[in-house]
Design a protein around this ligand. Structure first.
Ligand code: 26W
Length: 813
C-alpha cells in the first residue's frame, strides 16, 4: 500500500490517543503496540474485505485447511512486511522517539500449537496468501496456548500461557457467524417421504463463535482468513431462573463446562492421551467449520451436488478426521442427499496429511466413548466401515483372511482415525520422501495396494519470509545485494548465490554477518536470562520438542564424553563450542523431563569448571517457541538433526537452520535426506543407522545395547556419570533415561549411533577450522534452501491435490 512517513505519524498519534486515552509521553509500551497493531489492521481492511468479495464474485474454488493447531508466533512485523510498510513505519516511529523493536516485543506469541505440525500450518497460511491461493485456516481459539516453560533448579515447570489477557488486536469476533454444535443425546430415526430421516434429540448445545484473523500475502493485495472458533454457552445470560434463585454454582459450572472446550491446547505432541475433552475439541471445530462453509456455499446459490467443485478441505493429521462423517451428516441429514451422492462429494472434497509414524501418536477412540458423545457421527462411521469391509472381504478373504480386519476402521473396540481418513479422502500424503515411502511400503502398505494412486508425497517447507527475510535482515540484504530481490517471490532463485561459491570477499562478508548475528543472540540471551556466551565459539544448536526419538540424549551424552576427555587432557585441541538446547517436554512425559534436568545438570557442571569452560559451554534456553527460534536461528553454525532414522517424519527446523547458513549434522531421516540431495554430501555431516537398518534391527531383535555399553569405555563413563555423583544430583535422578538405554534395550539406538556421531562431530569441527571451506559450505546451504520454502510445498499441494486457481493479485478485481 501507499503510505508516507508523515501520513503514518499523523494516523498513529491519533490512534494512540484514541486507544489509550493518553498522549504519547504518558503511553506505555503496551499502549504503543496496541495502537500500532490496530492501525496496521485497519490499513489491511480494504484488501481483506476486497479479497473475500472477489472470491465470492468469481465463484472461486477455495481451500480450507483444518488444523487443531496454528503456531503463528508474533504477527506485527510480518504484516508490515507483507503490506510493504515496514520501513515507513519504522522511520515514523523513530521520528516520534519510539522503537519498533521494543514495541514489537510487547506482542504476545500466538502459541496455539505444540511444534512441527502447528508451525507448518502457520507457514502454509502465509504461503497460500503469498502464492495467491484462496486458502483459509479453520481451528480453535484456545484461551491458553502451549504452556510457558520456566526452568527452576534445572527442572521444567509449566505455567499457563495467558496470551489473551490483554486482548488480541488482530482478531475480529463474528457473532453473526456463530453456529451450534451438538454433543450427546440420542438419534431418532423416522421414515418420511420414502427415505430414512435421522434426528438428534436431547443434545447438549454449544455455540461456536468464530474469530477471524487476516492473513496477508506478500505485497499482492490478497488477504486470506484464519478462522478460530471459541466455545460459548448458548444463552449469554444462561439460566436466569436458576440465577435468580441464587443457584449460582450450578449455573456457572454449566457455563464453564461448555466453555472448557476451547480453554486449553493439549500439550502432547506425538502422544495420544485419549481424553474425552480432546475428542470434544476435535468435533467442535470440525462441525463448526463445516457448517460455516456449508452456509456460505448455499448462499452462493450453487447446487449442493457441486460442493466438491468449489471446496477443498484439507485435514492436518487425524485430529480433524471427524470432518468426514460430519460432512456426510450435513449432506444426508440436512441436504437430503443419499449415501452414494454424499460419499462421492465427501471423498472428493477431503484430503489428508499424515505427520507421524510413531505408533503411540496414532489416534484411536474407544467405540463406547464415540458412541455416547457423538451418536449420529458414530452411526455414520459404522456404516463407512461396514461398506469398506464388504469390499476388502470380497477381495482378500481367500488370499489373506486377516487383511480386511487389519484394514478395518473399527477394530478391537476402537475407531482408528487414520483408517477413517484414508478411506474417506481422495489423497493421502506424507511430509518427506522417506516418510511417504515408509507409509506406502510399510505402515500403510495394504491401503496403498488397495488404493493405487491415492498415496503421495509433499515434502514440508517453511516460509522463507518469516524465517529468512524478516528474522535475518543482515543476511537478506547480503543476498539481495548479490542476486537482486527476486528470491523473495521465487525462493528457488537463491540458487544464483552459487556463483559466489569461491568468491572470498563475498564469503568473508557472509561470515562477518554470522558473527554479528551471534553477537546479537548472545546479547539477547544475556538480557533475557543473564547467561553469557562467547560469539567466537561454535554455536551448536538443537531446538525442537523434547522426545526420545529426537535424541537430545545422544547430544548430551556426547557432550559428557567431551567433558571427560577434556578433564583427562585439558590441552586437547578443541575449538570452543557452545551447545544450545531449546525444548519443551510434554508435562506428563517423565523421561523427557529428566532429559531437561540432565542437560541443565551437565551445564551446571561444565560451565562452572575452569578446566573446561573455556572450550565447552552448555545452555538450555528457556521457553523455546517461535520468537525464541527467530532469535537463535540466524546465529547458528551447526544444526543438530539427529533423530533415529525412520522416526522423524520430516522436520522443519532443519530447513530453517540451513536457510540461515547453518551446516547440518544429520541422520538419514525425514527431510534431511532431501537436504543431502540438495547440498551434496560434502556440505552436510551424515552419521548413523539408515531407516532400513533400524527396521531390520527392530524386526529381528538382534540389537544388544548393553554390549555396546560394556565395550565402549568412554560411552560407559558418560552414561555412568548420570549416577556416580559427578553431577550434583541424587543417583536416582535420571533412572528413566538410564533404564530406557540399558534395561529396555535402547529403543532409539542412541548407543548404537554414539560412535559414528562422535566421529562426525570431530569432522565437523575440523571443517570449521578451515574458515574458507566452512563459509563455502554455509553458502551452499543457503543457496540450495529455496526448494524448502513452503511456497514450493503449497504449489505442490495445489497442483496435485486442491487444484484451486492461483491469483497473481486481486488488486482491481
Ligand atoms: C494426538 C496427539 C498428537 C499430537 C500431535 C499426535 C501427533 C501430533 C503431531 C503429528 C506431532 C507433530 O507435530 N509431528 C511433526 O509434524 C511435522 C510437520 O509435518 C514434521 O516435520 C515432524 O517431523 C513431525 O514430528
Amino acid at each position: 500500500m501507499e503510505l508516507n512517513v508523515n501520513q503514518f505519524k499523523k494516523d498513529y498519534l491519533r490512534r494512540l490517543k484514541a486507544k489509550s486515552g493518553r498522549p504519547l509521553e504518558e503511553s506505555t509500551v503496551w499502549d504503543q503496540y496496541h495502537a500500532l497493531g490496530s492501525l496496521i489492521k485497519e490499513y489491511m481492511t480494504d484488501d481483506w474485505v476486497g479479497t473475500s468479495i472477489a472470491y465470492n464474485k468469481l465463484d472461486t474454488r477455495q481451500v480450507f485447511y483444518f488444523s487443531m493447531e496454528f503456531l503463528t508466533g508474533k504477527l506485527l512485523c510480518d504484516y508490515m512486511h507483507a503490506m510493504g510498510v515496514f520501513e515507513v513505519v519504522e522511520q515514523g516511529l523513530t521520528d516520534l522517539g519510539l522503537s519498533l523493536e521494543t514495541i514489537s516485543e510487547a506482542e504476545r506469541d500466538q502459541g496455539l500449537g505444540n511444534g512441527g505440525l502447528g508451525r507448518l500450518a502457520a507457514c502454509f497460511m502465509d504461503s497460500m496468501a503469498s502464492v495467491g491461493i484462496p486458502g483459509h485456516g479453520i481451528g480453535i481459539r484456545f484461551n491458553f496456548g502451549l504452556f510457558e516453560q520456566k526452568i527452576i533448579n534445572g527442572y521444567q515447570v509449566e505455567f499457563p500461557d495467558r496470551w489473551l489477557e490483554n486482548r488480541n488486536v488482530w482478531e475480529v469476533k463474528m457473532p453473526d457467524k456463530a453456529v451450534e454444535v451438538h454433543f450427546g443425546g440420542s438419534v431418532r430415526q423416522d421414515y418420511i417421504g420414502g427415505r430414512n430421516v435421522f434426528f438428534l434429540e436431547n443434545t447438549e448445545v454449544v455455540m461456536a463463535v468464530p474469530y477471524d484473523t487476516p492473513i496477508p500475502g506478500y505485497q499482492n493485495g490478497i488477504v486470506n482468513t484464519l478462522r478460530l472458533y471459541s466455545a460459548e454457552a448458548k444463552t449469554p445470560d444462561f439460566d436466569l431462573a436458576g440465577f435468580s434463585r441464587g443457584d449460582y454454582n450450578r449455573v456457572f459450572s454449566e457455563k464453564y463446562a461448555v466453555e472448557a472446550i476451547s480453554q486449553v491446547l493439549y500439550p502432547d505432541d506425538a502422544y495420544e492421551n485419549g481424553r474425552l475433552l480432546r475428542l470434544k475439541q476435535e468435533y467442535f471445530f470440525v462441525s463448526a467449520g463445516l457448517q460455516g462453509i456449508m452456509r456460505s456455499f448455499k448462499r452462493s446459490g450453487l447446487p449442493i451436488r457441486d460442493f466438491h467443485k468449489y471446496n477443498a478441505i484439507h485435514i492436518n493429521d487425524t485430529h480433524p478426521a471427524l470432518a468426514i462423517p460430519e460432512l456426510m451428516r450435513l449432506l444426508m441429514d440436512i441436504e437430503e442427499l443419499n449415501w452414494e451422492e454424499a460419499w462421492k462429494i465427501t471423498t472428493q472434497t477431503i484430503s489428508y496429511t499424515n505427520h507421524t509414524l510413531l505408533h503411540e501418536a496414532m489416534e484411536k477412540w474407544p467405540v463406547d466413548v464415540m458412541k455416547s458423545l457423538l451418536p449420529r457421527i458414530f452411526m455414520i462411521i459404522e456404516e463407512i466401515d461396514r461398506r469398506f469391509n464388504q469390499i476388502t472381504e470380497r477381495l482378500y478373504h481367500q488370499v489373506d483372511p486377516r487383511r480386511s480386519q487389519q484394514m478395518a476402521i473399527i477394530g478391537d473396540g476402537q475407531v482408528r482415525m487414520a483408517h477413517l481418513c484414508i478411506v474417506g479422502s481422495h489423497s493421502v500424503n506424507g511430509v518427506a520422501k522417506l516418510h511417504s515411502e515408509l507409509l506406502a511400503t510399510k505402515e500403510l502398505k495394504p491401503f496403498n495396494e488397495f488404493y493405487a494412486g491415492k498415496f503421495n508425497n509433499k515434502t514440508n517447507g517453511i516460509t522463507h519470509r518469516r524465517w529468512l527475510l524478516h528474522s535475518n535482515p543482515r543476511l537478506s540484504a547480503h543476498i539481495t545485494e548479490a542476486i537482486g530481490d527476486e528470491w523473495i517471490k521465487e525462493p528457488e532463485s537463491l540458487g544464483r548465490l552459487m556463483k559466489y561459491h569461491s568468491d572470498p570477499a563475498y564469503l568473508e562478508k557472509l561470515m562477518a554477518i554470522k558473527r554479528a548475528n551471534k553477537v546479537d543472540f548472545s546479547n539477547y540471551l544475556h538480557k533475557t536470562s543473564g547467561v553469557s556466551i562467547d560469539p567466537d565459539s561454535i554455536y551448536d544448536i538443537q531446538i525442537k520438542r523434547l522426545h526420545e526419538y529426537k535424541r537430545q540424549t545422544l547430544n548430551i551424552l556426547h557432550i559428557m564424553s567431551m567433558y571427560l576427555r577434556l578433564k583427562e587432557d585439558p590441552d586437547l585441541d578443541l575449538i570452543p563450542r557452545t551447545f544450545l538446547f531449546g525444548a519443551k517436554a510434554a508435562p506428563g512425559y517423565q523421561t523427557a523431563k529428566q532429559t531437561i534436568k540432565l542437560i541443565n545438570a551437565v551445564g551446571d557442571l561444565i560451565n562452572a569448571d575452569k578446566d573446561v569452560n573455556e572450550k565447552l559451554k552448555v545452555v538450555f534456553v528457556e521457553n523455546y517457541g517461535v520468537t525464541v527460534a527467530e532469535h537463535i536461528i540466524p546465529s547458528a553454525d551447526i544444526s543438530e538433526q539427529i533423530s533415529t532414522a525412520s522416526k522423524e517424519a520430516s522436520g522443519t527446523g532443519n530447513m530453517k537452520l540451513m536457510m540461515n547458513g547453518a551446516v547440518t549434522v544429520a541422520t538419514l531421516d525425514g527431510a534431511n535426506i532431501e537436504i543431502l540431495e540438495a547440498v551434496g554430501k560434502d556440505n552436510i555431516f551424515l552419521f548413523g543407522l539408515t531407516a532400513e537398518e533400524v527396521y531390520r534391527y527392530t524386526e529381528n531383535h538382534s540389537y544388544k545395547a548393553f554390549e555396546i555399553y560394556q565395550n565402549n569405555p568412554l560411552l560407559r563413563r558418560a552414561i555412568d556419570m548420570m549416577t556416580d555423583g559427578t553431577l550434583n544430583v541424587s543417583p536416582e535422578e535420571f533412572y528413566l533415561i538410564r533404564s530406557a538405554l540399558l534395561d529396555h534395550n535402547d529403543a532409539f539406538f542412541v548407543l548404537k549411533d554414539f560412535e559414528s556421531y562422535a566421529n562426525i562431530q570431530k569432522k565437523a569441527c575440523e571443517a570449521y577450522r578451515d574458515k574458507k571451506r566452512w563459509s563455502a559450505m554455509s553458502l551452499v546451504n543457503i543457496a540450495k534452501s529455496g526448494i524448502f520454502s513452503s511456497d514450493r510445498t503449497i504449489r505442490d499441494y495445489n497442483r496435485d491435490i486442491w487444484k484451486a486457481p492461483v491469483f497473481e493479485t486481486l488488486k482491481g478485481s
